[in-house]
Design a binder for this molecule. Structure first.
Ligand SMILES: *Cc1c(COP(=O)(O)O)cnc(C)c1O
Length: 383
């Protein structure tokens, strides 16, 4: 079986984790701030806040931006459910902005139109969450300009996109957003097993997210309601969670970070090789933004003839090719249809869903494995 994604753990990774196990701190030790600074520096953001998942990062990001009951968050229907669920955790509502057909990312055209409508009806969102689907940045200049014009906060869901570039800047620099989120789940570009990070250029947002990560507790006298009772004193000044990453995970992340460039380069080489090998088949290949470099978390093909979709998918699986479908449109999940969303709401997303297949792609994939995927696909399409 060739999986659609697979982590790569080296001896150096194992050593880094075992060094922490032999140290004084398994969690809340010195490795977390080192990991936070290393990622922030790597992507050119002012601050990084490590969390136990990207889902937790999305939650604290929404809370720090003041999202709450009565507010609305907009995201893309083609994403993992976590990009939308974060609004519901805060008691806010969710709506969606349809995708660009070729890049599967939030469409600035649809966003502009929907914002114009929402402004007329006095129901503008407080936060939008563009998703860098497959590792390619959204058109953040256009999305950021619209958000600015309507005074809306932006969280980039870059769970797929660490190591990517947009207009010559690393994804994560938050040039057009308030906060950017990375995921370090094992199928993503680099891993900490479970884990995520929120990047921001705002010291206030970083401090707030760090407090929400740990119960809403502060040890900073400046944030307290009165002078500390003594040197033991801390105060809970709001309701937070326990969303902390461990030092073992941070050590794994730091070790993996050293290979980020290598991984993203290899993923791009394999993606370009897929482009060449699949060029003559009745498929639509992933579109590229002119001034971006994808991290290529996923390589998604779309069948021109959607009536073959299920048979081709099943044929690949039966031949030991671990294909997947990213994603079932979130608005069609039962939890969301119960809120009133229905088939037909987001045409481009649903058109994509009827045709998309994620082919295997991971940093340690061999050309022989890739040739096998292409050969099986070719047979299925040409019978
Ligand atoms: C993986 C993923 C998440 C959630 O990441 P976790 O670290 O597993 O919580 C959120 N959004 C997108 C787009 C993802 O792919």
């Amino acid at each position: 079986m060739i999986p659609y994604g697979r982590q790569h753990i080296t001896q150096a990774d194992i050593q880094a984790v075992s060094d922490v196990l032999k140290s004084d701190f398994l969690t809340q030790g010195p490795t977390i701030p080192r990991f936070e600074q290393a990622i922030a520096q790597r992507v050119g953001a002012g601050h990084g806040v490590a969390l136990n998942s990207a889902t937790s990062a999305l939650h604290v990001a929404c809370l720090a931006l003041g999202l709450g009951p009565g507010d609305v968050l907009w995201t893309s229907p083609i994403t993992f459910v976590a990009s939308a669920n974060c609004a519901l955790y805060c008691g806010a509502q969710v709506d969606f902005v349809d995708i660009e057909p070729d890049t599967f990312t939030m469409s600035p055209r649809h966003l502009e139109e929907k914002l114009r409508h929402a402004a007329q009806n006095n129901c503008l969102p407080k936060v939008i969450v563009p998703v860098h689907m497959c590792g390619q940045s959204c058109d953040m200049a256009a999305i950021g300009a619209l958000a600015k014009a309507y005074n809306i906060r932006v969280i980039e869901d870059a769970s797929h996109a660490i190591g990517g570039l947009y207009q010559n800047q690393p994804v994560g620099a938050c040039a057009h957003s308030d906060i950017t989120i990375f995921s370090f789940h094992p199928v993503k570009i680099i891993t900490t097993a479970e884990g995520g990070m929120a990047l921001t250029n705002s010291a206030d947002l970083a401090r707030h997210m760090a407090r929400l990560r740990s119960h809403g507790i502060t040890r900073d006298p400046a944030e307290m309601t009165h002078q500390p009772d003594g040197p033991w004193y801390y105060q809970q000044i709001e309701l937070g969670m326990n969303y902390r990453m461990t030092d073992m995970q941070a050590a794994l992340g730091l070790s993996q970070l050293e290979r980020l460039d290598e991984y993203v380069t290899r993923r791009n080489v394999l993606a370009e090789r897929y482009d060449r090998l699949l060029a003559d088949l009745p498929l639509d290949l992933p579109g590229r933004l002119a001034d971006a470099r994808s991290a290529f978390h996923l390589y998604v093909i779309r069948l021109r003839d959607h009536t073959l979709h299920r048979a081709v998918f099943e044929g690949l699986r039966a031949a030991g090719i671990g294909v997947n479908l990213h994603y079932i449109p979130v608005h069609l999940q039962p939890y969301y249809t119960r809120m009133g969303f229905a088939a037909g709401d987001f045409e481009a997303a649903e058109h994509y869903y009827q045709r998309a297949i994620s082919l295997p792609l991971f940093a340690v994939m061999t050309e022989a494995e890739q040739d096998e995927v292409v050969q099986v696909l070719r047979q299925l399409l040409h019978g």
